[in-house]
Design a protein. Structure first.
Length: 130
């Protein structure tokens, strides 16, 4: 991991609430693989889950997502590869992503919209501190 990933992961861990450092690293990996926030949201739209993803961006309640839906959208191969990097099973990773992703995206879009610079992950993560 690069210095940027370490810094952004640490910031995201703080925003996610204390001891979520491992999930922050998973989130950073996922955002990096899919081209930032817009890329992740596009992936969910393409997978037929645009309404769920839109709820995480919007200012209302975040709709839940299942581990199975995560695996379907992101691909079981990608999940398995990421899980191996973090030394956990794909099932555990899918469950963790399902549990935390709605809140992470919600915090990355506090005004209910994706910022113009959301493709710049550093800017997006640092914006979470404001």
């Amino acid at each position: 991991m690069s210095l940027f990933d370490d810094v952004a992961g640490a910031v995201m861990g703080k925003v996610m609430g204390g001891n979520q450092g491992g999930m922050a690293q998973v989130a950073m990996e996922m955002f990096n693989q899919h081209g930032g926030l817009n890329g992740v949201l596009d992936k969910f739209k393409q997978g037929g889950l645009g309404e769920l993803a839109a709820s995480w961006v919007g200012t209302g309640a975040n709709l839940p997502i299942s581990a199975e839906q995560i695996s379907n959208v992101l691909g079981s191969g990608a999940i398995a590869e990421m899980a191996a990097k973090f030394g956990i099973t794909p099932e555990v990773l899918s469950n963790q992503i399902a549990q935390h992703l709605p809140g992470v995206i919600d915090k990355m879009t506090p005004n209910g919209e994706v910022g113009a610079d959301s493709g710049n992950l550093l800017s997006t993560v640092l914006g979470m501190l404001k």
